[in-house]
Design a protein around this ligand. Structure first.
Ligand SMILES: Nc1ncnc2c1ncn2[C@@H]1O[C@H](COP(=O)(O)OP(=O)(O)OP(=O)(O)O)[C@@H](O)[C@H]1O
Ligand SMILES: [Mg+2]
Length: 497
């Protein structure tokens, strides 16, 4: 006898203006198991999850919980059916405290119907302690890092004690250590009979935790199989509909040019100290290290987002002072921030505007913006990155997470700066588009740009970089040349200190 699934979706269809996000989708989750959703950016994964969580209403089809049809009109109704979700996009109010965020919309009340702050504090402290998280309940979210906030979101969803837990790219911003924490948690939840829907673009991760895998393409279910019957190559093939020949573009050996960026003994209070390194024309240089090693902070300071306490920066042989972002842009520096929501996109503008934002001077004709040229350029770039959008006039906030990411990257690539600082450029990007991004970065370097790239995926750094600096505890703990590249060598240096 086959068990009745904990959750089942039958014949789900969902339309958005100009896109059929899902059609004839059928999907089921068994109690005590992890069902992973795979698919390229824009395939419909998040939409499916949001339907399960009551955020979107399907246009067609039905949802069954323990074999009984249900209607989920909103997330509260989903919660009453013991469904909880960890979102791909971190939506948080920066001014809120840790405890306010944890209990948002679910605040404990006293007998007068008022928020019971003392109870909230007690429960928060207990929860943080139980999960071994070192935050204070009254810390504001704006003072936490992206990874801290993501961890908090995970804990929050788990604290609802749901039977069905949806995790939409929960590990995109957390460290290896926290991933292990999460996976232990997942194992524990499974043993309690919780059914988990899990989305990730990280293949190794998927195969560690999946019981079943479903692959989506263009809003349709391609296949559902037990994970034991699949391997990475097959999943990629099902996702992109063709075989991927290689993961990294071929590198032509090329003698690096003159030094474009020279950083000497850069320090910033306690965050990083005596950071010295160089970037040469035509080079792709990696910054490896554990989360919290200070890589993002160094890059932010170089881009003028934060102040430095001492040290010197020279660009093309000239010492420069970078007081703000404008200064660094004028010196030919561009940066892709790890925190896209805060620094990357303008949600109320369309795709075209977001792409052009920082590079309009490049399409300026004699009579203002040359719209034909702008359109041509944007179309070409979105084609290369395989951006899935109904049009260039679509609001960027209605694109899937990975496609928004592609637009932000496109924006900086279109600027064609001399020095490109990329903080986690392929986070949330599907395998096919990752290859395109590596290719673009490699091309930019061979055109004489210098690229500095932070990544927590060692494989990616090894695949595309010419040199890798490793940071540990706010210092550069070593430098590796291509011939010495290995995950082992990087890890050794990352753990120094
Ligand atoms: N609120 C919305 N309004 C209009 N279109 C939308 C909306 N949400 C999603 N879409 C469209 O539906 C399709 C599926 O998007 P979805 O977010 O489900 O993709 P995804 O598989 O989660 O991709 P990713 O890996 O990039 O997160 C995309 O074409 C997207 O542009
Ligand atoms: Mg998504």
């Amino acid at each position: 006898m086959v068990d009745v699934p904990l959750l089942e979706l039958r014949g789900i269809e969902k339309l958005f203006p100009g896109v059929k996000a899902l059609s004839e989708m059928s999907f089921a989750v068994q109690a005590g198991s992890v069902h992973v959703l795979c698919g390229e950016n824009g395939a419909g994964k998040s939409t499916l999850c949001k339907i399960i969580n009551g955020i979107y209403q399907p246009d067609r089809g039905e949802i069954l919980i323990n074999g009984k049809p249900v209607v989920l009109r909103d997330p509260l109704e989903a919660r009453s059916h013991k469904i909880a979700m960890i979102f791909q996009e971190l939506n948080f109010i920066p001014e809120f405290t840790v405890e306010q965020n944890l209990f948002l919309g679910n605040e404990p009340v006293n007998k007068f119907g008022k928020i019971d702050w003392a109870a909230m504090r007690r429960q928060t402290v207990a929860l943080l302690e139980q999960e071994g998280l070192p935050y204070r309940p009254d810390t504001k979210l704006k003072d936490l890092s992206v990874s801290d906030i993501q961890m908090l979101e995970i804990i929050k969803a788990i604290s609802y004690q749901a039977n069905i837990l949806i995790m939409d790219e929960p590990t995109s911003a957390i460290s290896t250590k926290e991933v292990e924490l999460l996976f232990r948690k997942i194992a524990q939840l499974k043993s309690q009979g919780v059914g988990i829907v899990y989305i990730s673009h990280k293949m190794d991760e998927i195969f560690r935790i999946a019981d079943e895998i479903s692959v989506l393409r263009d809003g349709r279910l391609i296949d559902t199989r037990p994970a034991s019957e699949l391997d990475i190559e097959t999943v990629i093939k099902l996702m992109v509909g063709r075989k991927m020949e290689s993961v990294f573009p071929e590198k032509k050996p090329q003698a690096p040019g003159p030094v474009l960026l020279d950083v000497q003994k850069l320090s910033q209070g306690k965050t990083f100290r005596d950071v010295s390194f160089q970037l040469r024309q035509g080079e792709i240089v990696g910054f490896a290290g554990l989360m919290g090693a200070g890589r993002t902070e160094v890059v932010r300071a170089l881009f003028g987002l934060d102040e430095i306490s001492s040290g010197t920066i020279s660009i093309k042989g000239q010492p420069v002072t970078i007081r703000n972002v404008q200064d660094s842009i004028e010196h030919g520096v561009a940066m892709l921030s790890e925190d896209r929501k805060r620094y990357g996109i303008i949600p109320v503008r369309d795709v075209k505007e977001n792409m052009s934002l920082s590079s309009l001077e490049r399409v300026m004709g004699r009579f203002g913006i040359d719209h034909r040229e702008e359109r041509k350029r944007d179309t070409e770039m979105s084609r290369r990155l395989n951006v899935k959008t109904p049009s260039l006039e679509t609001l960027i906030s209605s694109l899937s997470g990975g496609n928004q990411q592609k637009i932000v990257l496109a924006k900086w690539l279109l600027r064609t700066p001399d020095i490109l600082l990329l903080d986690e450029p392929t986070r949330g990007i599907d395998v096919g588009a990752k290859f395109e991004i590596y290719k673009l970065i490699t091309e930019l370097a061979s055109e004489g740009k210098a690229v500095l790239m932070i990544s927590s995926e060692m494989e990616e750094l090894i695949g595309v970089c010419d040199r890798i600096y490793v940071m540990s505890k706010g210092r550069i703990s070593g430098e590796l040349q291509r011939k010495d590249f290995s995950q082992e060598n990087i890890m050794k240096l990352a753990l120094i200190g």
